[in-house]
Design a protein around this ligand. Structure first.
Ligand code: HEC
Length: 230
């Protein structure tokens, strides 16, 4: 009951927010690496969906890279090119020698300030160094941000991101939720097979996640106990 009530409330505030923002987009990184190797090129692909649905072509976007290193490194910006299909963009970046980098996807979509997506920082290794293996919860948090889940959902279990999107309120809050794994998997891979929740102007989109990405995200919002693994 409490959750239904919360979802209904979120939907009501969302209708107002939706109208006020005029336009917004969900940016979703297609192939998020779990680490970078310094000096190696990476092809970062992302999609831009207006209102979480319509793939938007013709944007002039870029990937901005902020490095955390001993000496400060100026942010590097790489222009994105149109990808293979409409609404898909590609930028090839080379990560500098740093401890971690933060990528900011600047989609070029100007609606209501929703055009940029700042990812959580990603570790960088030097040639010959051991590859870090993220825990499922770490990977889930990374993906929650990079896939644009946080554009629609508030999730306080991804604290770095939690404050950003309270204003939208168009999808159920996921903070502390321990939903059944099979149910979450179905919401992620075949959202139209399940009914709408509340009265939101949008539906949960199919973001074309890979099976490994689905499992990491399932780990974040499902599980036997509150905040397991976080
Ligand atoms: C465009 C907005 C949007 C995006 C982006 C989005 N969702 Fe959703 N999500 C919704 C809406 C709306 C619902 C409610 C179901 C419906 O109406 O389709 C929902 C439902 C859910 C549910 C079920 C919640 C419940 O209370 O039962 C889960 C879990 C979920 N989403 C996880 C995610 C994850 C993880 C991502 C990122 C991979 C994501 N969503 C991206 C809008 C979104």
């Amino acid at each position: 009951m409490v959750l239904l009530h919360r979802a209904a409330l979120a939907a009501i505030t969302g209708v107002a927010g939706y109208a006020a923002w005029g336009g917004w987009a969900v940016i979703s990184v297609a192939n998020l690496p779990d680490h970078f190797e310094a000096g190696s090129p990476y092809r970062i692909e992302y999609t831009v969906r207006q209102h979480g649905v319509t793939l938007l072509g013709g944007l002039t976007g870029a990937v901005l890279m902020r490095a955390e290193a001993a000496g400060s490194v100026a942010p590097l910006e790489t222009r994105a090119q149109a990808g293979a299909t409409t609404g898909r963009y590609v930028a090839t970046i080379t990560v500098p020698d740093a401890d971690r980098v933060t990528l900011i996807i600047k989609s070029g979509f100007s609606g209501g300030g929703w055009g940029d997506l700042t990812l959580l920082s990603i570790p960088v290794v030097r040639a010959g160094q051991a590859r870090p293996v993220p825990t499922p919860a770490e990977r889930g948090r990374q993906l929650f941000v990079a896939k644009g889940c946080g554009t629609c959902h508030v999730n306080g279990d991804v604290p770095e991101f939690a404050s950003m999107n309270r204003v939208m309120g168009i999808a159920p809050e996921l903070t502390g939720r321990r939903l059944e794994a099979a149910y979450v998997r179905q919401r992620l891979t075949n959202p139209s097979s399940l009914p709408a929740i509340g009265n939101s102007p949008v539906r949960m989109p199919d973001l074309g996640l890979t099976p490994a990405e689905v499992e990491a995200l399932v780990g974040l919002v499902s599980g036997p106990s509150d905040r397991a693994g976080l």
